[in-house]
Ligand binder design. Structure first.
Ligand code: FAD
Length: 391
């Protein structure tokens, strides 16, 4: 359907200098040995509190992150909006597990929601539940273990905060996405999110859960969630992703001797992702789709369904999304064509967003096709500009 190879559209927002920097960056992270060595060195530097901002900030940080604060990220929001691409500001600080860090994260997410309420170019808010609660509590809860009184009170604080975030989002008329991480504590989160949907999604989906379709049980989960939504009269907001923690999931399952919850092959994950979206699409009256992927085939599949089903490109029930610094060829083309498309813009202090950045580097190394695609497109655009500027 779409080829997503129009580099003039994809990189219209990037200067030559920015493109050359991006080219250097992707060339570097295409080398698995460099990424492995760099990740180890950065982790050591972080642990020793060695200054890293001088090397990280002008390179990988400036490519994949909006800024150290919400305010610093706003120029990126404006720049994207000029090309029909909306934004989602994502406070990407990974949970340290302390009460102070949880309170700080909660306050930061609240201000990002309030900020979104006044900015038409920010169409969703987002948060990672593990920034707000200790994962051990969620894990115990997911495994049906009883909680100590102190853990119970922490759980209550967490639930109250999640409720406030969802309530503020619905009042701000900006839906909120709840990210998914490890499968072994997702059961507890799914229950919390379901309660939020029941309370806030009566008219329209303000609360979105995330389904990682690399999990073998998610298609079934989706179908049951749909039945539940129909029976109890609420809308389902679903962010579809493939899933970012495959190696960790498989290793844990092997180590602890339970069957891996992840599909055995990439083809199986691809099929589950597409089947999930197809199921959601055939129940659009109840399910709104947030398609978070850099996979061109999956994007095209959904575009085709929309075209065949006579659903307009800007139907509010369907949104596409990519991460800042990746797949501009998809985001900017979709924006150009009039689809609802957003970029996740991570932000946070340099040291705190390092785990996010290391994950991006590792993802771009291991997903070889993705890196070479980014490189090829950047090279094409640099060549196109060179040829064009010749008399
Ligand atoms: C906007 C947005 C939001 C996101 N939010 C989340 C989130 O909340 N939680 C989360 O976990 N991830 C999230 N991700 C990351 C996402 O899950 C993927 O890791 C990433 O997007 C790569 O998948 P893809 O669909 O873009 O592309 P592809 O390159 O087509 O797929 C790569 C993915 O396929 C799967 N895969 C690869 N090899 C195999 C194999 N051998 N067997 C089985 N499966 C395999 C893995 O999930 C891998 O990440 C988000 C991504 C985007 C764009």
């Amino acid at each position: 359907m779409y080829t997503f190879n129009n580099t003039e559209i994809a990189f219209a927002w990037r200067t030559n200098r920015e493109l050359r920097k991006a080219h250097f960056l992707f060339k570097t992270i295409a080398q698995p040995w460099l990424v492995s060595m760099g990740s180890v060195l950065l982790r050591i530097a972080l642990a020793m509190r060695f200054p890293i901002a001088w090397i990280v900030k002008p390179t990988i940080f400036s490519h994949f992150v909006g800024g150290e604060t919400l305010a610093q990220s706003l120029p990126t929001v404006d720049a994207l909006a000029k090309y029909g691409v909306k934004s989602i500001l994502d406070y990407s600080v990974e949970g340290k597990g302390t009460a102070k860090s949880q309170e700080d994260a909660y306050n930061e997410i609240l201000s990002s929601i309030r900020n979104a309420a006044h900015n038409p170019n920010i169409t969703f808010s987002v948060f990672k539940p593990t920034g707000l609660i200790n994962v051990d509590i969620l894990t115990k809860l997911s495994q049906g273990e009883s909680l100590a009184p102190e853990e119970l009170s922490q759980l209550n604080v967490f639930k109250e905060r999640v409720r406030n975030l969802c309530s503020t989002s619905s009042k701000a008329n900006t839906p909120i996405l709840i990210d998914a991480e490890d499968s072994w504590y997702q059961i507890a989160l799914d229950d919390v999110v379901r309660d939020m949907m029941l309370e806030f999604n009566k008219e329209k989906p303000y609360v979105y859960n995330t389904l990682q379709m690399y999990r073998t049980d998610r298609l079934d989960f989706l179908k049951k969630a749909y039945d539940d939504a129909v029976t109890n009269g609420f809308k389902l907001g679903i962010k579809f992703v493939r899933g970012a923690y495959m190696e960790k999931e498989r290793e844990r399952a092997k180590k602890m001797g339970y069957p891996s919850p992840i599909h055995p092959t990439k083809d199986d994950t691809d099929k589950a992702f597409n089947d999930g979206q197809e199921f959601a699409f055939s129940h659009l009256d109840t399910i709104s789709i947030f398609c978070g992927t850099h996979n061109e085939k999956s994007v095209n599949k959904l575009c085709e369904l929309m075209e065949k089903g006579g659903v307009s490109k800007d139907d509010s029930r369907i949104t596409f999304s990519q991460l800042l610094g990746m797949s501009d060829n998809i985001s900017f083309m979709l924006g150009h064509l009039g689809y609802n498309v957003t970029k996740y813009i991570p932000y946070g202090p340099v040291r705190e967003v390092m785990p996010y950045l290391i994950r991006r580097a590792q993802e771009n190394t291991s997903v070889k096709g993705q890196t070479s695609r980014e490189l090829l497109l950047i090279e094409q655009e640099l060549n196109r500009r060179k040829t064009k500027s010749k008399p």
